[in-house]
Design a protein around this ligand. Structure first.
Ligand code: XMP
Length: 314
């Protein structure tokens, strides 16, 4: 089936399933935006679109997403829930525990928004790898993607997942047809930077990771535009809770580590690490250690394929 037929079929299924007010969490990522536009086509004004700022978004992301979703004609509310997420994640470092907390807090924010608009349905942009990797079949749980495994049992909304059977490349094709500007954007995990800040999720460490991610994105995109490298499928930085000794001028410093990750992939199910010219990695390393002086004094590059690694570090 071509992408237009998949969209039309999705819209008609949504029309049948949703007969009352619905709410969708839209992160501006490709999956939730495609799901939101589909649902908006199906039920129009009955759909309330909520963007939750968890505090783990990329640099400038909230403003960019606000603009894009508004232009797509969605009925949007931006909720700043960062205090709540940081509070509940205090002291939580185990990756699965983090995902559970994030999934649960998302739902709690939603319940408040649901109460405000009286929604009976929750539309989600879950795609096939999300539930396959969350143990939807007979395989082991690899990661509980926050929009699946993290759901508590007491959810008081009927969940509708129009993209459940699709893979990333199919969803990208749909997004292109829908003229969604994010269709060329790289994927970003639902829990956001929370799974890229290993160890304690403090505001300061999250800010360091956010800055490093922005540097990686900017340098790769500039180099790719200049024809110096191919743009990877996904590229980012993660902050590791590994401190090492370094030197700044004459002074000994003790700081944390940033790992740069870049992969080639089709659908995220498997991936090869990208071979990046050393000159570009060098530039990134210098920028990160200068910008995050005092916090980060070492930058490493991850040369692990998936499998055996996963793309994200948590
Ligand atoms: P991994 O790290 O499992 O990731 O190799 C595969 C792809 O999925 C993204 N990812 C997520 N997406 N919710 C999402 O919507 C999540 O909880 C989540 N965890 C990972 C990841 O960025 C990669 O593109």
């Amino acid at each position: 089936m071509d992408a237009q037929m998949l969209i039309d079929e999705g819209v008609s299924i949504l029309k049948e399933k949703i007969d009352d007010v619905a709410i969708i969490a839209c992160s501006g990522g490709i999956d939730s935006t495609v799901a939101a536009v589909m649902a908006n086509n199906a039920v129009g004004e009955m759909l309330h679109c909520v963007y939750v700022d968890t505090g783990f978004m990329r640099k400038g992301e909230t403003e960019e997403v606000r603009e894009m979703l508004t232009e797509l004609g969605l009925n949007l509310k931006v909720v700043d829930a960062s205090d709540r997420f940081f509070k509940h994640l205090e002291g939580v470092t185990e990756p699965e525990a983090k995902r559970k907390v994030i999934g649960e807090q998302f739902i709690r924010v939603f319940e408040e928004e649901q109460a405000a608009c009286g929604a009976k349905y929750l539309v989600q942009g879950t795609i096939a790898p999300d539930w396959i990797e969350s143990g939807g079949g007979e395989r082991d749980v690899i990661k509980s993607h926050h929009n699946v495994g993290g759901l508590p049992d007491d959810v008081d909304l009927t969940i509708v997942e129009p993209l459940r059977d699709f893979y990333k490349d199919e969803v990208r094709n749909m997004a292109e047809l829908m003229e969604i500007p994010s269709s060329n954007r790289q994927p970003f995990p639902g829990p956001g930077l929370a799974v890229r800040v290993l160890g304690d999720l403090t505001r300061e460490r999250t800010e360091a990771c956010r800055e490093a991610c922005a540097i990686v994105e900017e340098e790769f995109e500039t180099a790719a535009a200049a024809g110096e490298m191919e743009i990877p499928w996904q590229y980012f930085a993660a902050l590791l809770p590994v401190s090492s000794v370094g030197v700044h001028g004459d002074a000994r410093v003790y700081g944390e580590t940033i790992v740069v990750r870049a992969v080639r992939s089709i659908d995220g199910m498997s991936a090869r690490y990208s071979e990046i010219p050393h000159s570009i990695l060098q530039k990134i390393s210098t920028r990160i250690t200068n910008t995050l002086k005092g916090h980060v004094n070492r930058v490493v590059y991850d040369i692990t394929h998936k499998p055996p690694g996963t793309i994200e570090w948590e």
